[in-house]
Every structure is written in structure tokens, then in C-alpha cells.
Design a protein around this ligand. Structure first.
Ligand code: AMP
Ligand code: ZN
Length: 135
């Protein structure tokens, strides 16, 4: 556990929070400032700052857990869909530097904006970029 990390403390029961699921690897809590009703956070119990740090095996478990929770809560909450959001780095909107996955239920007319302004690059520009970054 990292001493100055709020999510380590929430995942490890040092501070009280609203836990909706728990297993050996993860604690899932309700976000204190939810985008919508039922907005939850998957927190690994071990501290990893972000996607760059979390081991692949644990990440795979987190993805399976996201699927399980979304599948079960869609009906329980009466949601119409879900956004899965995972921020890495301050410029990408990360504010708590302990890896987490946002599970955000969506409802008709929920008034939330989770997205981006679509760009309009030219075909050549896109092709040049693809050529440059292809793995
Ligand atoms: P991010 O911006 O991706 O780092 O997300 C951090 C999220 O953690 C935000 O949605 C916050 O509302 C949420 N959050 C911060 N502190 C707490 C807390 N003590 N309990 C529950 N959620 C929290
Ligand atoms: Zn932590």
C-alpha cells in the first residue's frame, strides 16, 4: 500500500467507502462524484499508478471483472448502455494516480458528455501517421 494514496486506502478498507464488489485482487466502489447513477470504479488492491504499470495478468482480470459488473448492473440499474473509461496521465484527465477503471452507466437523457470533438484530418495525413506509428 502506498501511504499517500487514497485509492490504496479505500481498496484496503482503511477508509470507509461504498463497496459494491470485492475479491482477492479488486475492490469496486461507487464514485464519490458520479457522472451518472451507479458510476463505479474498479480498484486493484495493489498499487499501480496507471495502465503502464499494471501487470498484464491483473489487467486481464480487470477487463473480465468490468464485463461481469456491466453485465449484471445494466439490468439492476435500468441502464441503457455503459461507458468504460480509463484515464492515464494528467493531460488525459487522470486525477488519482492509482490505476482504476470507470464503469459509467448511461441512461436516456442523462445529460452527460463523455466523448471528444471529432477531427477532420486529410487522407494523406492519416496514412502518413499510420505509416509512422504502425507496430
Ligand atoms: P480520474 O480522473 O480518472 O483519475 O478519476 C478519479 C475519480 O475518483 C473521479 O471520478 C473522482 O470522483 C473519484 N474519487 C476521488 N476521490 C474519491 C473517493 N474518496 N471516493 C470515491 N471516489 C473518489
Ligand atoms: Zn494506491
Amino acid at each position: 500500500m502506498k501511504d499517500d494514496c487514497i485509492f490504496c486506502k479505500l481498496a484496503g478498507h482503511v477508509f470507509e467507502t461504498n463497496i459494491i464488489y470485492e475479491d482477492d485482487d479488486f475492490t469496486v466502489i461507487l464514485d464519490a462524484n458520479p457522472a451518472t447513477r451507479g458510476h463505479a470504479l474498479i480498484l486493484p488492491k495493489e498499487h499501480y499508478a496507471d495502465l503502464y504499470e499494471i501487470p498484464d495478468e491483473l489487467l486481464k482480470k480487470a477487463a473480465s471483472l468490468a464485463k461481469k459488473i456491466v453485465s449484471e448492473l445494466t439490468e439492476k440499474l435500468g441502464a441503457d448502455g455503459y461507458n468504460i473509461v480509463q484515464n492515464n496521465g494528467e493531460k488525459a484527465g487522470q486525477t488519482v494516480f492509482h490505476f482504476h477503471i470507470h464503469l459509467i452507466p448511461r441512461y436516456e437523457n442523462d445529460g452527460q458528455l463523455i466523448g471528444w470533438k471529432p477531427g477532420k484530418p486529410g487522407d494523406d495525413e492519416l496514412k502518413a501517421l499510420a505509416d509512422k506509428i504502425r507496430l
